[in-house]
Each structure stands twice: as structure tokens, then as C-alpha cells.
Design a protein around this ligand. Structure first.
Ligand code: NAI
Ligand code: MG
Length: 487
């Protein structure tokens, strides 16, 4: 470590003191109540920062999914005919209650998943509430979203979500489905089921009609039971590309709409004329936010060759200032890796990067906690396009740095990936932004910023990153069938 890298301010620890009430065990949420699973089986969810068991959670199987689908179907008959302004009221109530409980839910999210409390508090919770507010606003205005057509609900929607933004992904899935008059069977990820189950309690409190949202916890088999249930009228999935492909195969013979939000290997392109301080912050948050457990993480950095040396030095310095450790400490920048399996995957890809000849920069030498799953933020230079770390999603705090000489080369290299979720462009020149953004093969292109989300802005991928959009008017489209309006 150089002298410059060592000059970071030391703060006293600032642990979040509030501890949410966590039950010893949780049932499945079906037809408005918590029930035992048919098999009586359960699994454990832990705190990845300590390895400590948090709760036993019910393991749902086909029988439970069927029960949930029957409840959702029965509820749908009433929910879909409810006056849209009444549906909106329930969504507004959910949003407000989420805001009221946000501190508790943020701590719960951090304990169950390992992300820094600053992120759960300032990103996940506000955005989750925003999604309910936003879609509450649409519920009685859907006819204006689709000019010339009458939107009708689809029916029971099966929704499967991952562990990187557990409550936020639940909000992204549930809010538009309900606003459009559908009912839901949601399957949270097995390492992070708790906030969805506490959301179910909020649904009870606000007296959301029974069966409108059902939550069946479990692992991949439970997810497969959701996908394969013949009563589903739509499937929405966020997670790995492998499982997404598998779901596509399973649904090949069924005529129901599917949306897939899958992995990514998103490029961040920094031109020499960019504001470099701003670009450094964007690159840092693009890859090290949420330990890199972000589908749209800017995991490939392309820096214009003439500034590469200066930029890499600045990146090292900024990386040295990141604080890794207790996710419940408000000073923490990089928390725990979500699971031992994910840590192993990341470590495997990092050693592969070294073995293939790339140079690892891993500066932060704070001692890591002795228990739990941890990985220091790091980056690789000397990366060749053929290296595994330049091609495969790592889903951890690992950045691959490469250089380019011309805009054409930057675009060509950025697009040279099977994925197409997001991209970032950093330059001072407006014309360059428009030119390059239009030629990048990505669902979202951020210009002079990164990882900005808003409920009104559609999000989703292209190529192997999936299809369909979530958020905005485009996101509503996935939850309605359109009949031609009678004139
Ligand atoms: P995964 O795709 O297995 O898990 C996501 C969700 O799908 C979980 O709820 C899981 O229980 C469910 N699931 C698993 N198998 C299923 C099946 N056959 N049918 C239906 N649902 C199923 O992801 P995993 O194994 O946790 O992570 C592996 C890699 O996936 C990560 O390293 C990362 O690269 C990527 N990933 C991408 C995410 C994204 O937001 N796009 C989120 C999580 C992981
Ligand atoms: Mg957990």
C-alpha cells in the first residue's frame, strides 16, 4: 500500500442498534394466513455476516404451490373486478406502511442478506415503497397507459425472485401485478426469505384481501413447482441465466407470457474527456455497491488508454478507502457475501483470473471478521478479452479493467458479450453520449452516472440478460392482456 492509500480517516464504529423481532420459525403465507407446509419440512436462513441462524422457514412443495394457486385464483375473481380506485387504495396503504416500517425492514434485510445497512436503508427500502406508490397511481389510470386498447388482468402470476435485493424485487414484481388486477404467488430466494414474509404481515395489517398475494418459500424445487403449475397465467423470473433458460424450456409448450431478468457483464466506458472524479465514484459504486451482487454491476471497465495509468491509480486509492465489514455498521461500504456458495463461486473466478495471467489489485487490508462470508473489493488489470473474468458474470466485488483507443473499439469491445443488461458511458461531450448510447447493446445505458433506479423508468435486458421490462409504463405491459377497445 502506498502512503496516499493509507491516509484514510478512521471512524468509531456506528452499529445500528435496532433489532427487528425475528420469529423462530415462519410458515407459508397462503390465503391471508401463515400455514404449515404439506411436507412439514423447513430450512434455515442465516446471517451471512456471522453465520448465525436467524430462523426456520417453511419448505413449500407442489402441494403448497397448488394451494397458493387455488387461493390466488379465487381471490382474483374478486380482486380483478374491484373498482380500480379501491385497488389503488390498498397499494397506497402498503406503500405507506412500508415507509413506516422501513427502519426495521432495512435491518432485517441486512441481517438476512449481508448488504450494508446504508444501502438497505437508503436504497432498497425507499425504492420498494416508491414502487408501490408509483403503481398505486397507475391502478385507476390503466386505460391511459395503452392507447386504443382495453387492458385486462392475466390472472394468477408466478413470480420468482433472487437474494440480492429481496424486498425490492418483491416490490418490483408484486406492485405492477396487483395494480393491473392480477393475483400473485411469489417465491423468495432461499437465503433471504425474511423481508418478504414480513411484507406478508404488512399485507395482513392493511387487510389486503386474502389470497391476493401468496408467498411460498423454498429453494429451486419450489421455484420449479411455481413455473410448472398449470394454473399460472404468467411467469416472471429474476436470477441466473442458467435457471432462466431452464424456465424458458419448461414453458416452451405453454402459451403464457414470460419475463426474464437475468445476469449481466455490463461495461462502463470512461473517455479521457470525462470528469474523472465523478467517473471514479460511478465505477466504484457500479461494481462495489452491494458487494457486486447486482445484475447490472459495471463489472467490465474500459478506460481510454491515454488516461489509464492515472485512472487506475485513482481507483486503487479510492478502493483503499472502502470499509469492509459488519453490514450493520453505518460506516460500512462493502458487507458480507450472501452465501458460502456464492463466495466459493467468486473465489473460483478470481483464481481463474490469476491463473490466466491477469494482475489482481486487492489493497484494502482491514482485518476481515473471523466468521461469515467475506471478499475484499478488488480489480484486475492485464485482462485479455478471452479471459474468463472478462466474459463470465462474477456477481461479486471484482472488476476487470481494460483499455481502448477509439470510440469504435470501445463500442465493439463493450458489445462483445452474450449479455446485454446495462452499460455506462462517461464523457463530457453530449454528442458522444448520444452516439455511443444508441450503439450499445444493453437494456439500460447510464450516462455520467451508474446504478440509478426509478419506478417510472423501465429496467430490463437484451440478449442473454433476458427480456421484458420492469417499471414504468413498459413494466405494466407484462401484466395485462390488451383487447381492442370498442369505438
Ligand atoms: P438462481 O438463479 O439459482 O436463484 C434465483 C431464484 O431462482 C431463487 O429464488 C431460486 O430459488 C430460484 N430457482 C433456482 N432454481 C430454480 C428452478 N429450476 N426453477 C425455478 N426457480 C429456481 O441463482 P443463484 O444460484 O442463487 O446464483 C447463481 C448466479 O446467478 C450468481 O452467481 C449470479 O451470477 C446469478 N444471479 C443473478 C441475479 C440477477 O439479479 N440477475 C440474482 C441472483 C443470482
Ligand atoms: Mg439469510
Amino acid at each position: 500500500m502506498t502512503a496516499a492509500e493509507g491516509t484514510r480517516l478512521e471512524y468509531a464504529t456506528a452499529p445500528e442498534r435496532l433489532r427487528p423481532q425475528i420469529d423462530a420459525s415462519y410458515g407459508l403465507f397462503i390465503n391471508g394466513e401463515f400455514v404449515e407446509p404439506a411436507s412439514n419440512a423447513s430450512f434455515v436462513t442465516t446471517d451471512p455476516a456471522t453465520g448465525r441462524k436467524l430462523a426456520e422457514v417453511a419448505q413449500g412443495d407442489e402441494r403448497d404451490v397448488d394451494r397458493a394457486v387455488q387461493a390466488a385464483k379465487a381471490a382474483g375473481a374478486r380482486w380483478s373486478r374491484l373498482k380500480p380506485s379501491e385497488r389503488a387504495k390498498y397499494l397506497f396503504r402498503l406503500a405507506r406502511r412500508l415507509q413506516e416500517c422501513s427502519r426495521e425492514l432495512a435491518v432485517l434485510e441486512t441481517m438476512d442478506g449481508g448488504k450494508p445497512i446504508r444501502e438497505s436503508r437508503d436504497v432498497d427500502l425507499p425504492l420498494a415503497a416508491q414502487h408501490f406508490f408509483y403503481h398505486a397511481g397507475w391502478a385507476d389510470k390503466l386505460q391511459f397507459a395503452f392507447a386504443g386498447a382495453t387492458p385486462k388482468p392475466l390472472g394468477v402470476c408466478g413470480q420468482i425472485i433472487p437474494w440480492n435485493f429481496p424486498l425490492l424485487m418483491a416490490a418490483w414484481k408484486i406492485a405492477p401485478a396487483l395494480a393491473c388486477g392480477n393475483t400473485v404467488v411469489l417465491k423468495p430466494a432461499e437465503t433471504t426469505p425474511l423481508t418478504a414474509l414480513h411484507l406478508a404481515r404488512i399485507m395482513q395489517e392493511i387487510e389486503l384481501p386474502d389470497g391476493v398475494v401468496n408467498i411460498v418459500t423454498g429453494a429451486g424445487n419450489t421455484g420449479a413447482a411455481v413455473v410448472n403449475h398449470p394454473g399460472m397465467k404468467k411467469i416472471a423470473f429474476t436470477g441466473s441465466t442458467d435457471v432462466g433458460r431452464h424456465i424458458m424450456h419448461s414453458l416452451a409448450a405453454r402459451d403464457i407470457p414470460l419475463t426474464l431478468e437475468l445476469g449481466g457483464k455490463s461495461p462502463n466506458i470512461v473517455f479521457a474527456d470525462a470528469s474523472l472524479d465523478q467517473a471514479i465514484e460511478g465505477v466504484v459504486s457500479g461494481i462495489w455497491f452491494n458487494q457486486g451482487h447486482v445484475c447490472c454491476a459495471g463489472s467490465r471497465l474500459y478506460v481510454e488508454e491515454c488516461i489509464a495509468e492515472e485512472f487506475i491509480a485513482a481507483l486503487r486509492e479510492r478502493m483503499a478507502r472502502l470499509r469492509v465489514g459488519d453490514p450493520l455498521d453505518k460506516n460500512t461500504d462493502v458487507g458480507a457475501i450472501n452465501s458460502a456458495e456464492q463466495l466459493e463461486r467468486i473465489e473460483g473466478l478470481v483464481s481463474c483470473g490469476r491463473d490466466q495471467g491477469a494482475v489482481l489489485h486487492e489493497i484494502n487490508d482491514d482485518p476481515l471478521p473471523s466468521r461469515g462470508n467475506w471478499h475484499r473489493p478488488c480489480f484486475f488489470t492485464g485482462v485479455e478479452p478471452s479471459h474468463t473474468i472478462a466474459r463470465e458474470e462474477i456477481f461479486g466485488p471484482v472488476l476487470s479493467v481494460m483499455t481502448f483507443r477509439t470510440p469504435e473499439e470501445a463500442i465493439r469491445r463493450a458489445n462483445s458479450t452474450p449479455y446485454g443488461l446495462a452499460a455506462g458511458v462517461w464523457t463530457d461531450k453530449g454528442a458522444k453520449i448520444f452516439d455511443i448510447a444508441a450503439r450499445l447493446e444493453a437494456g439500460v445505458v447510464w450516462c455520467n452516472t451508474y446504478n440509478m433506479f426509478d419506478a417510472s423508468s423501465p429496467f430490463g435486458g437484451t440478449k442473454a440478460s433476458g427480456f421484458g421490462r420492469e417499471g414504468g409504463r413498459h413494466g405494466l405491459r407484462a401484466y395485462v392482456q390488451l383487447a381492442e377497445a370498442r369505438s
